[in-house]
Write a protein that binds this ligand. Sequence first.
Ligand SMILES: CC(C)(COP(=O)(O)OP(=O)(O)OC[C@H]1O[C@@H](n2cnc3c(N)ncnc32)[C@H](O)[C@@H]1OP(=O)(O)O)[C@@H](O)C(=O)NCCC(=O)NCCS
Length: 183
Amino acid sequence: MTDKIFQEAASVADFSAINQQYAPFSVRPQSPDDDEWAENLHSRVFGPGRFARTAFRVREILPADPELCLIAQFEDKRVGSVWMTPISLGSQNGCLLGPLAIDPDFRSKGLGKMLVKIATNMALSREMYEFVVLVGDEEYYGDMGFLRAKAGTIIFPGPVDPNRILVCSQRADHAKNLSGNIL
Ligand SMILES: CC(C)(COP(=O)(O)OP(=O)(O)OC[C@H]1O[C@@H](n2cnc3c(N)ncnc32)[C@H](O)[C@@H]1OP(=O)(O)O)[C@@H](O)C(=O)NCCC(=O)NCCS
């Protein structure tokens, strides 16, 4: 699915190989001390309309998995954040990825994709999660193993462009077969 180094590091929740590869950037799980910083980043990046966005709506209903919410740093400075929220679709359990946000001063350095790959591999390496779903651009997420879901089959608690619902799973047919309300 994605690079071997990400799979290995994620499966043992050991970021050292990734951090060596990306130095001076690094990644680590988010802690409660980061909550205010992440809020400020979201406010800066998504603006006041962010609470109408689907990932934020789901987060209002369901708690995120703190072990899968990650922070990217440049040296000691926090520069990116991704959240993962456990969800279910019918009888299948997975995660919703988002929001994903990178500090505008640190974009196009591979940090967004780094966070997506690590968080996704960490989730899928756990038996309890069968898929990762998100609302985003196929052009950006496609080369990280995300495939477009069948339009109209996955129902979010809010308006979503059905063509932007993307799924990553260990099973190639999964994106086309998932259906139900996100709970
Ligand atoms: C989207 C975002 C997370 C990407 O972060 P990043 O660290 O710059 O991403 P990467 O460095 O991994 O990849 C950058 C590349 O992806 C491209 N890219 C960024 N957003 C894209 C999109 N929506 N669709 C297609 N390509 C996109 C960039 O143009 C860049 O291309 P380049 O390397 O040729 O310049 C960041 O731009 C951001 O925080 N945006 C605002 C919040 C947002 O839209 N979040 C995603 C919600 S789905």
